[in-house]
Write a protein that binds this ligand. Structure first.
Ligand code: AMP
Length: 618
């Protein structure tokens, strides 16, 4: 029996709350839902487009524009127009320094180990915040279309995304006001969309080949009686149509005898070339040769030259297919079908190479490769809503998870391609006598040395009673949930000391940071942020006045009279600014007081330390 809610305030029928499926793509994003005919349906805008380009433009007036409108600003205002932000998700600057010149906007290098930041005018944004803006746009589109609030979603990620990147996606959802019920691998979602129309009793093995704008994924799946079992997955988070565009741009720069660095320096020109390259690339999916001259540039490209330029990239994707096939334990002849996902699979050379590799299989490219992932996400959303008990999704984790053991070695607890959710536990001991704090460092990756893998988290099991080396029994347990997110538990079994943490990846965000970002969120909290900044400035200034007064009292004999006088004057200035509640004035006098006292505060501290250390050996 269906239940119908009634809104008591208005007397109207309450619409059932929908869970949407979202494909948050490098180049394009889409939102889909299951319509009243029980079919997945991608939502379109007023012009009929289902695709929202994953582009965010910030206007000088502080307005945020997302999608097709934002795309128009790529050439004329590249510094303030962010594209391909998915490539930055969960990454540090050191991960990206080699490609930063290809971005039209500025990415920051202050903290090589921290989350990467994007500079737009005088503001800094993380990739998570920018992704959240795209998600908000999709949420608004869905709400407009469905005429009901949308608060819950399933979001897809490349199967090869690591823990940091998955967490970052989840955080972006949170920031956009979405409860992310599940993170689903893109190929798995695609196979769901494809598998819906299949005969339940037919047993099939599918390879999902997904080449998008920035990422490549290959997954091998078993479909049987409504169960979608992922056998193996592989891929490359830095391989896609963007690389084809870049190769074309580099070719044109060479052919036109221009200097690569100079062209890349000119952001408007390089964005223009990048868009031209993409346009020509798409035309080459249907035409043989392009002859074009524009803005003094020869933009010619033949099909065979294009194929030559992109062959190394296509080959890289085929290497991944080989690995996925080997991991699945199957032979080529056991693969029944290949499903194509992602706009770049429209490229003839890609189709041909994949066909050559998967000999004898049927290629499925009848689904719209742009929409298929979002449609699958909508089906998964429908499953989670409890509307489809006939389908079960068994996903796998793409990378091995383990901890560091003596000598910097990786000890894998959960091997890659394990079905999720899953758990594993193993016992360890100490190598030093009397160790009361035991450090546990968690890594993700396939290499034997942890230095080659990605560090996810470090924590210490504290307060273990001192025991000789080899005696403590430390049990480390891993719990990997259905989103591929890890919780680690550690327990010293003799003493019972234990600790559990949800792994916050090195480049991820703490809940506090997410909360802080929510406060900073452009649309909702502009005023709150202003108020909070004033409050913070006042609190900090009051604290500084207090501390400086104590400092003067305690150290008067170590200070010269001009230093004492000057400091008192600056304190007075700050106190008067405080009375006005003017943030900028408070910050200005705060800074002035700090600057004035810094040189002699240091001198006094050095002296105090010298006195304290007298007679003590270190
Ligand atoms: P996706 O991330 O799946 O939206 O794929 C976007 C990528 O597909 C971009 O690199 C596009 O340039 C590329 N693409 C879209 N249409 C075509 C086409 N007709 N031929 C070749 N590449 C295309």
């Amino acid at each position: 029996m269906a239940k119908v809610g009634i809104n008591i305030a208005t007397g109207s029928l309450q619409k059932e709350e929908l869970i949407v499926g979202i494909d948050l793509g490098t180049t394009n994003s889409l939102v889909a839902f299951i319509n009243s005919n029980q079919e997945p349906y991608a939502l379109n805008d007023m012009d009929g487009f289902t695709i929202v380009p994953s582009i965010v433009h910030f206007t000088a007036a502080g307005e945020v524009i997302v999608g097709n409108e934002a795309k128009k600003h790529l050439i004329e205002d590249p510094q303030n127009t962010v594209y391909s932000v998915k490539r930055l998700l969960g990454k540090s600057f050191s991960d990206l320094k080699n490609i930063q010149q290809y971005f039209g906007y500025k990415i920051l290098d202050q903290e090589t180990e921290g989350l990467i930041k994007i500079r737009i005018r005088d503001k800094y944004y993380t990739a998570i915040e920018i992704s959240a803006l795209i998600l908000k746009e999709l949420k608004a589109r869905a709400e407009h279309y469905l005429k009901t609030p949308v608060k819950r979603a399933v979001i897809t990620v490349p199967a090869y995304f690591n823990d940091s990147q998955r967490q970052a996606t989840r955080d972006a959802g949170k920031l956009a006001g979405l409860d992310v019920l599940r993170i689903v691998n893109e190929p798995t979602a695609a196979s769901l969309a494809y598998g819906l129309g299949l005969d339940k009793n037919e047993h099939q093995v599918l390879a999902v080949y997904d080449l998008g704008g920035g990422t490549f994924d290959i997954s091998i799946l078993n479909l049987h009686e409504g169960i979608f079992e992922v056998l193996s997955t592989n891929g490359d988070t830095f391989l896609g149509g963007d690389d084809f565009d870049k190769a074309i741009v580099n070719y044109w720069i060479f052919e036109n005898k221009k200097n690569l660095d100079e062209v890349l320096e000119d952001k408007s020109l390089s964005q223009w070339l990048r868009l031209k390259a993409e346009e020509i690339k798409k035309r080459l999916s249907f035409e043989e040769n392009i002859v074009l001259q524009e803005n003094g540039w020869q933009l010619n490209l033949t099909q065979s030259k294009f194929n030559e330029l992109i062959l190394p990239f296509v080959d890289r994707s085929i290497r991944c297919c080989e690995k996925a096939l080997a991991d699945s334990g199957l032979s080529l002849t056991e693969i029944n079908n290949v499903v194509f996902v992602g706009g770049s699979t429209r490229t003839p050379l890609v189709k041909q190479q994949v066909k050559n590799f998967f000999k004898g299989t049927i290629l499925f490219d009848n689904l719209n490769p742009d929409e298929v992932v979002a449609l699958g996400a909508a089906i998964e959303a429908d499953i989670l809503a409890g509307n489809r008990s006939d389908i079960l999704l068994l996903d796998v984790t793409p990378l091995s998870l383990g901890i560091e053991t003596l000598g910097g070695l990786m000890d894998t607890l959960i091997p890659r391609n394990s079905k999720i959710p899953t758990k594993a536990a193993r016992q360890y001991t100490t190598s030093i006598d009397g160790q009361s704090n035991i450090k546990i460092t968690v890594f993700q990756g396939e290499r034997d040395l942890v230095s080659e893998n990605r560090k996810l988290a470090t924590f210490e099991l504290k307060g273990v009673p001192a025991m000789p080396a080899g005696l403590p029994k430390v049990e480390v347990g891993f719990l990997l949930n259905a989103d591929g997110i890890l919780t680690v538990m550690a327990k010293e079994l003799r003493s019972g000391v234990s600790q559990a943490i949800e792994v916050k990846p090195q480049y991820g965000l703490t809940d506090n940071e997410v909360e802080k970002m929510l406060m900073d969120s452009l649309e909702n909290a502009q005023k709150d942020v202003e108020t909070r900044m004033v409050v913070e400035a006042i609190t900090e200034a009051k604290q500084l006045v207090y501390l400086t007064e104590r400092f003067l009292e305690k150290n008067s004999e170590m200070l010269r009279s001009d230093e004492m006088e000057g400091t008192r004057q600056k304190i007075e200035n700050l106190a008067s600014a405080l009375a006005t509640n003017e943030k900028d004035a408070i910050l200005h006098h705060h800074e002035a007081l700090n600057e004035f006292t810094a040189p002699f505060a240091e001198r006094v501290m050095d002296k105090a330390i010298a006195i304290a250390m007298k007679g003590k050996k270190i």
